[in-house]
Ligand binder design. Structure first.
Ligand code: NAD
Ligand code: TDX
Length: 341
């Protein structure tokens, strides 16, 4: 095999979708998946890939140089060696409860990975970042790649820190980096602490849906398959040292999303429960994705009309998966975040 991709965080939501997509679209690539299997990492998400020729899982932590070294040993021998870096602490609310794991994984871990990647002659390094590094928008306007960074939560600040380390690796060492910044993803395998799977899971069981503040916060929803295709396009065709925004052209207020999901499930709006707002809650995110379209030719293929029903159906069909990931530590987190509702 001439191409090997080291994927970090491939047992999480977007990473596992990306690994499945590579098996389908680039079946001749070797994939090494380095993941620490935190609460958000789940090997069940990768069912079907185990034992597949050209796929290897390495259990390890990106903050530990020896673990990263093991992953590179497993990935050695390729003509083209790529890295796609998803591994992160990813939930804003958890970062408000405690920021340190975010700094460790997102900042320290990214630097460990960058150093090892340079040493191992990685040909292209894609860092998967977020629109949250730009801060918050008012009623109008869009985030562009040259919008100043103004992160507001410990999560987004740690992601902005990692973006700057990636930028510095390119600027100082001439390392072959690319940064993507996307909006809110939805689709299969998303951990149900995030709003969309949380509301589907709660509504299915006639449990209250906690809506923060006035519910008028706006997110630009991107189907995870669209995001994964965009990352692959950037990996293969992006200009080194550049940043690419990835968006869904799909702005929706939280309360409208809840109502759409309740309607699709045939559940009453009385399940909507307004709760205390998230501290520092960003009002609106919206992406200008014209650069990736003009330079690389990528645009989203899915709209909410197609992909929201697909997503709802997936969670309804994966009741066992949902029950398993919502047991144990998830229950403790839910009680801390929302009270013992
Ligand atoms: P996730 O929380 O579902 O998965 C993260 C994965 O990283 C898990 O498998 C976890 O085990 C692994 N991980 C965490 N710490 C690690 C460590 N120290 N070493 C090795 N592995 C570790 O996250 P996600 O939603 O799939 O997000 C993936 C990436 O995309 C993140 O970098 C996130 O910041 C970014 N992003 C996500 C969204 C979104 O809507 N979910 C939007 C924009 C950007
Ligand atoms: O119970 C809830 N009630 C609620 O009203 C939760 C969990 C969320 N919300 C609101 C907060 C946000 O306005 O819904 C919106 C979406 O919340 P999250 O799913 O937590 O996503 P968000 O904070 O927007 O961040 C997501 O998109 C950008 C990902 O979690 C990040 O990893 C990514 O960088």
């Amino acid at each position: 095999m001439t191409t090997t991709v080291l994927v970090t965080g491939g047992a999480g939501f977007i990473g596992s979708n990306f690994v499945h997509m590579l098996a389908e679209l680039r079946p001749d690539w070797r994939v090494v998946n380095l993941d620490a299997l935190t609460y958000a990492g789940n090997l069940e998400n990768l069912k079907g890939l185990d034992g597949r020729k050209g796929y290897a899982f390495v259990h390890g932590d990106i903050t530990k140089p020896e673990d990263v070294e093991r992953a590179f040993t497993s990935a050695s021998g390729a003509k083209n060696l790529f890295v796609v870096h998803f591994a992160a602490e990813s939930h804003v609310d958890r970062s408000i409860l405690g920021g340190l794991p975010f700094v460790n994984t997102n900042v320290v871990g990214t630097q460990v990975l960058l150093d090892a990647s340079r040493r191992h002659g990685v040909a292209r390094f894609v860092h998967v970042s977020t629109d949250e590094v730009y801060g918050s928008l008012g009623a109008t306007g869009l985030f562009r790649e040259d919008t100043p960074l103004a992160p507001n939560s410990p999560y987004s600040a740690s992601k902005a820190g990692s973006d700057l380390l990636v930028r510095a690796a390119h600027h100082t060492h001439g390392f072959a980096t690319l940064i993507t910044r996307c909006s809110n993803n939805y689709g299969p395998y998303q951990f149900p602490e995030k709003f969309l799977p949380l509301m589907i899971a709660n509504a299915s069981e006639d449990k209250p849906i906690p809506v923060y503040g006035d519910g008028l916060y706006v997110r630009d929803w991107l189907y995870v398959r669209d995001h994964c295709e965009a990352i692959l396009a950037v990996l293969e065709k992006g200009k080194l040292g550049e940043v690419y925004n990835i968006g869904g052209n799909n702005e929706v207020a939280n309360i409208d999303l809840v109502k759409a999901v309740l309607k699709a499930l045939g559940k009453p709006e009385s399940l909507i429960t307004y709760v205390k707002d998230r501290p520092g809650h960003d009002r609106r995110y919206a992406i200008d994705a014209s650069k990736i379209k003009a330079e690389i030719g990528w645009a989203p293929r899915f709209t909410f009309r197609d992909a929201l029903p697909l997503t709802i159906r997936w969670y309804q069909e994966q009741k066992d998966w949902l029950a398993r990931v919502r047991s144990g530590a998830y229950r403790e987190y839910y009680a801390t975040q929302y009270g013992a509702r």
